[in-house]
Design a protein around this ligand. Structure first.
Ligand SMILES: [Zn+2]
Length: 301
């Protein structure tokens, strides 16, 4: 889905910490925190490590010449740059969720969104890019390192279209919605496995991402101009390819050659696709009840 060129962006909406010098991670404790984070909100770092992704301490950057979110001003910028696309997608998500949830008498505040490079300190502890994108309920911030989107394409087989990236942003925003309505805590129940609380929470975030995708072409900027063009078939394929690319079976197979449902935390590729589509087609939060679903392969069954 591409943005309308004249949609207006507010670069203050997203915190940009890429140019900051020398963020330090305390020695010792970081690993455990990152694993906890990843198990709840991101991608299993062990799997990522097997792909050789992330984990390297980034070289300290100077602000000189680094991309800055302040340069993102319009939808045209969002069509051209990944960081601007995170900003624009966030604003479209704000427009959708802040008008949708009040219909159910649910008050929702915007989540924080931060783009970082290499590593970042959060209320959930320090994290590196190896965790993948994640949402921290402690500070209500979704964290993104744009390097992940290249990994998603090159190492996981997402098709690299803009909606692949937008899906990831919408999924993390979905965790904020879960934090707001109280379903996020279910990720702590039941350990891992095909029917675990973790899988159910992740599939619900996919369903919420699909809901946004279905409404995205109606979301508006501060001037009343729509953010996005209507979703095309190619856009839908991009989103589904990204959802499938981060399916547990796909990642396990690539890493170990085997599929072990007992280790699942996010759901299979097919399940992630089908729940994204469920949200997309129904546009109804009540149809995203993965927590009590009897068959996660068949929404509504
Ligand atoms: Zn997630």
């Amino acid at each position: 889905m591409s943005f309308n060129d004249d949609a207006r962006l507010d670069s203050n909406r997203v915190k940009d910490s890429r140019g900051r010098r020398g963020t330090k991670i305390a020695a010792g404790g970081g690993g455990i925190l990152v694993v906890l984070l990843a198990a709840m909100f991101g991608i299993n770092p062990d799997m990522l490590a097997q792909f050789g992704i992330g984990g390297e301490p980034s070289t300290e950057q100077t602000a000189t010449g680094a991309p800055e979110i302040a340069e993102c001003k319009t939808g045209a910028d969002a069509n051209a740059r990944q960081d601007c696309r995170i900003l624009a997608t966030t604003q479209s998500l704000d427009s959708f969720w802040l008008s949708y949830l009040p219909k159910y008498n649910v008050k929702v505040a915007k989540p924080g969104v931060e783009i970082f490079s290499g590593r970042v300190d959060t209320a959930c502890g320090p994290a590196t890019s190896a965790v993948g994108p994640f949402y921290c309920p402690g500070d209500r911030v979704a964290y993104f390192d744009t390097a992940f989107f290249a990994d998603l394409q090159n190492n996981y087989g997402s098709d690299g279209g803009p909606l692949a990236e937008e899906y990831v942003v919408a999924h993390e925003y979905g965790h904020h919605i879960q934090n707001t309505i109280g379903t996020l805590a279910a990720s702590q129940q039941g350990g891992t496995g095909a029917n675990s609380g973790s899988v159910r929470v992740e599939l619900q975030a996919d369903c919420f991402a699909g809901m946004w995708a279905g409404y995205a072409a109606q979301t508006k900027d501060a001037n009343g101009n729509t953010f996005m063009k209507p979703l095309t078939e190619a856009d839908l394929r991009s989103a589904l390819s990204a959802a499938a690319a981060v399916g547990d079976d796909r990642i396990q197979k690539a890493a170990t050659g085997r599929v072990n449902p007992e280790g699942w935390t996010h759901g299979s590729a097919a399940q992630r696709e089908v729940w994204f589509l469920q949200g997309y087609k129904t546009g109804d939060i009540n149809q995203c009840d993965t927590l009590s679903s009897k068959n996660l392969n068949k929404p509504g069954a």
